[in-house]
Design a protein around this ligand. Structure first.
Ligand code: C2E
Ligand code: CA
Ligand code: CA
Length: 573
């Protein structure tokens, strides 16, 4: 019978002890051993990187080092092979500690025998293999069979350690299918899944066998490319991936034309740490998408500057929360039938310490990325509810809409905070509305629908903001409990034109809303002509510079009082 060849690395600083071990191993008739010898700690530590054996037999005493140190290092590096420790002294405490640090087994030197070694080695290898099989299963993305985010990060740590030692470069690629959501929504999840599997397969084929590929989110893939010589090589690889993945994709009964966008960060140029490199590759991907579908972008100095600016802004935003530098402006919404103000949209402003007023367009994205949108969003809701109470006490009853970002909605404490505010400031039904983007609805699917149901039962309205700019899927309009649609300003106005920018789109949104029994507000109305066209298309509520810009409280209140007649129409009627 052919005995399996097992490669054993013996780490032993005592030459006589090594000979003893070697002889015991070579006497085996169960296994066939290839025995290598390392006599000092540094070389052993190097061997952990090489990963060129099936098992390590480690002497506990190694000159000025102990076997424990090596075990710990192996743990950090996630060394894949079992390590059996040979101990000189007979100490149960030591044995316990060794097992805790990941030793596969321990063998007292004075009990060393061929039979004992054979058994211990075979068990250790089998156990380790089983351990890995389970770990692999847990870490694999079940759909594509690729690694998942967790294992990708792990691989990156290792690859970085290796590249740093060998002074090599490493490319981290983030890749995302363009318009995947459209495909998923229009052709169904089944087709979406098939496409993801196919794409995962193509990506894996496009890179070398030794490169690591993972799926880290819905349609987001990553690849880790080792041993990069120069930027040309990276470009070459990106082009190859792109060519491979953008071929027509036969799935189910159709053929899809798919494009992918990619972002890249390179070790060590763009960072030393896995997290940092992943963040930068992700930023580069984002940039690539912003420049249009189907391209790629390598992290640049410009992005670095933006990143640093973002980090500074983030720091300042934290202060801003504490120093109460936020303020709500309110933009009136006009009932076209009566000309009266029938609602207000609360829009946040940041009064910075240097006297500048910062627009939400600049800081909301930073707040979202850093998670600060959660406390900032809480502040917005509370401020609006407080204001509603003050106005009511002064005899002014006008509904307020607040913007809620998807990230905020995902925060598990969101509902509780909202309900608390409604209770504390006794917000009557119909006086508060949340403006959510389509993205917010889609991201959390049906869980969200249930939560929105709860919210609506308390009398808080739900509007879809920027309607038509996102993944607008008609399905969502039916599945989610909604009250209003806000027609995005990009369909209404544009500098230099006086009529409606996209009359066909505004018309179809209005018809759609009517069919579904939803009310509509058109945003960004800047000219009389736009207002008249919208009105003739059946729109009843407008918001825009034609009427008012967002106003600070001091400017708004006289307007509200003077208007006196706040439309008594419930705007959701
Ligand atoms: P949005 O929700 O689409 O808000 C409407 C934006 O259009 C506002 O910009 C408003 O000033 C502007 N606008 C109003 N009328 C016109 C018009 O006639 N023409 C044009 N061209 N623009 C008009 P603003 O205040 O700079 O806010 C920008 C965005 O920041 C908002 O877009 C919203 O997405 C976000 N935002 C504002 N406040 C908050 C907030 O409290 N929380 C969250 N999460 N986001 C907010
Ligand atoms: Ca809005
Ligand atoms: Ca909007």
């Amino acid at each position: 019978m052919n005995k399996p060849m097992i490669k054993i690395l013996v780490v032993e600083d005592d030459a006589a002890d090594f000979m003893l071990v070697k002889q015991s191993l070579l006497k085996s008739d169960r296994n066939q051993y290839n025995v290598q010898h390392i006599s000092e700690y540094n070389a052993a530590s190097e061997a952990l990187y090489q990963d060129d054996c099936d098992l390590i037999l480690l002497d506990y005493f190694l000159g000025s080092h102990s076997g424990l140190e090596l075990l710990q290092q192996a743990k950090t590096l996630q060394f894949k092979r079992p390590i059996i420790v040979m101990t000189g002294s007979n100490s149960p405490e030591l044995d316990d500690m060794l097992m805790k640090e990941g030793a596969a087994d321990f063998i007292p030197k004075d009990e060393l025998s061929t039979a004992l070694l054979d058994r211990s080695i075979r068990h250790a290898i089998e156990r380790k293999e089983a351990e890995f099989k389970i770990a692999e299963l847990v870490r694999k993305d079940p759909l594509t069979g690729l690694g998942n985010r967790y294992i990708f990060e792990e691989h990156m740590e290792l690859a970085i350690a290796r590249a740093a030692r060998k002074k090599q470069h490493l490319a981290v690629i983030f890749l995302d299918l363009d318009r995947f959501k459209d495909i998923n929504d229009s052709l169904g999840h089944h087709v979406g899944d098939l496409l993801l599997t196919l794409m995962g397969d193509r990506l894996r084929r496009a890179v070398r066998k030794s490169d690591f590929v993972a799926r880290i989110g819905g349609d987001e893939f990553t690849a880790l490319i080792d041993n990069i010589e120069n930027v040309e090589e990276v470009n070459h690889i990106l082009e190859k991936i792109s060519r491979e993945m953008c071929r027509p994709a036969p799935v189910s009964n159709t053929t899809l034309d798919v494009t992918v966008s990619m972002g890249v960060a390179i070790f060590p140029h763009h960072g030393q740490m896995a997290m940092e490199l992943m963040q930068k590759a992700d930023m580069a991907l984002y940039e690539s998408k912003a420049q249009g579908a189907g391209g790629y972008h390598i992290f640049t100095d410009r992005l670095q500057a933006r990143l640093i600016h973002g980090l500074e802004t983030e720091k300042e935003l934290r202060h801003a929360l504490r120093l109460q530098q936020f303020e709500l402006f309110y933009q009136p919404q006009i009932d076209l039938d009566t000309g009266a103000i029938c609602g207000l949209e609360a829009l946040i402003r940041w009064n910075r310490s240097d006297g500048q007023v910062m627009s939400p367009i600049e800081f909301i994205p930073v707040a979202v990325r850093s998670g600060l949108i959660v406390p900032i969003g809480c502040w917005v809701i509370e401020a609006a509810c407080k204001q509603l109470q003050l106005w009511r006490e002064a005899g002014l009853n006008v509904p307020v809409s607040v913007n809620v970002s998807p990230r905020q909605l995902k925060f598990h404490g969101f509902l509780k905070q909202l309900l608390n505010c409604i209770k504390q400031y006794r917000v009557p039904p119909g006086m508060l509305e949340l403006e959510l983007t389509e993205e917010a609805l889609i991201e959390n699917g049906l869980n969200q629908a249930a939560m929105l149901g709860v919210i609506r039962n308390t009398g808080v309205g739900i509007a879809i903001d920027d309607f038509g700019t996102g993944y607008s899927s008609m399905r969502y309009l039916r599945e989610f409990p909604l009250d209003r649609i806000k027609i995005d300003k990009s369909f209404v106005s544009e500098a230099g034109i006086t009529g409606l920018r996209e009359p066909a789109i505004t018309q179809s949104i209005l018809s759609l809303a009517q069919g579904l029994g939803l009310s509509v507000v058109a945003e960004g109305v800047e000219t009389n002509e736009q207002k008249q066209q919208l009105q003739s298309q059946g729109c009843r509520v407008c918001q825009g510079y034609l009427y008012y810009r967002p106003l600070k409280l001091a400017d708004l209140e006289p307007v509200l009082r003077q208007a006196g007649g706040i439309s008594s129409n419930d705007r959701h009627s």
